[in-house]
Design a protein around this ligand. Structure first.
Ligand code: ATP
Length: 236
């Protein structure tokens, strides 16, 4: 049943006004419970793909289905989808908790204290949550942005380069956060330009190069059998 499939993309194509073909005939499917890495070098088309998924820009052709619902131009993005594509701004003088609270109320979604508490527990921000955001490190701000995307416990969480600017211990923590999130049968899609990072944080991967899909499958398989194609993707 397609309603159980978090995301199915088929033949997705997008050229920018200057004629640059950013995404070309891209197809892949994400199953429930997967942490899927959208992997590729800078300019591969990852952000363009995620922006189309969020309904922020429209594809020239192809189709995207979220839990069986077709993503159509102008349609409100499914409430089962949570994301941070462009880093949101926080109010520096308010605590992390107050920022999240404010954001959540502004979305107009049902309050649900329990959901908020669960999201905060998964994000594991600790006591920092009650400090003003201006005292946060870059890594903490990033974690807060991810916690924000998780607030309603969306069935599909989409994160564009969530580990950008994080150091290796913070990347390990990120892995734990994502794995905890997906453990309840929820699904995560993250983009990254680092193979090692996808290897550490994801169960599955789709590798993109110049707008095209060059490999897809479980991470162990991608790393093991398509090393050559992977190298080509990154050396082009
Ligand atoms: P990065 O990690 O650098 O964000 P990416 O894989 O996310 O890379 P995209 O941002 O999707 O790649 O960009 C794909 C290609 O489309 C790039 O060559 C980029 O220069 C081009 N591009 C992106 N946005 C536009 C735009 N608004 N107009 C024209 N070309 C664009």
């Amino acid at each position: 049943d397609l309603r159980d499939v978090p995301l199915e993309i088929s033949g997705l194509t997008k050229a920018y006004r200057n004629g640059h073909l950013a995404v070309s005939d891209l197809s892949f499917r994400v199953e429930k419970g997967q942490v899927l890495g959208l992997l590729g070098p800078n300019g591969a088309g990852k952000t363009t793909t995620l922006r189309m998924l969020m309904g922020l820009i429209h594809p020239d052709s192809g189709e995207m289905r979220l839990f069986g619902h077709r993503v159509t131009p102008g349609a409100p993005v499914l409430s089962r989808l949570g994301s941070f594509v462009e880093g949101p701004g926080f109010l520096p003088h308010l605590s992390g908790r107050d920022n999240l609270d404010l954001y959540w109320r502004a979305t107009g979604r049902p309050a649900g204290e329990a959901r908020m508490a669960e999201a905060l527990e998964i994000a594991d921000l600790g006591t920092a949550l009650d400090r003003p955001v201006r005292t946060y490190s870059q890594g903490m701000r990033q974690r807060l942005a991810i916690a924000q995307a998780m607030l309603g416990l969306p069935d599909l969480l989409v994160l564009d380069e969530p580990t950008n600017g994080l150091d290796p211990p913070q990347i390990r923590e990120m892995r734990e956060v994502l794995v905890r999130y997906a453990a309840a049968g929820r699904t995560v899609i993250v983009s990254s330009h680092l193979l090692a990072e996808v290897e550490q944080t994801c169960t599955h991967a789709v590798v993109m190069s110049r707008g095209r899909r060059v490999a897809a499958g479980p991470v162990a398989e991608i790393v093991g059998t398509s090393g050559r194609r992977l190298e080509d993707a990154f050396l082009e």
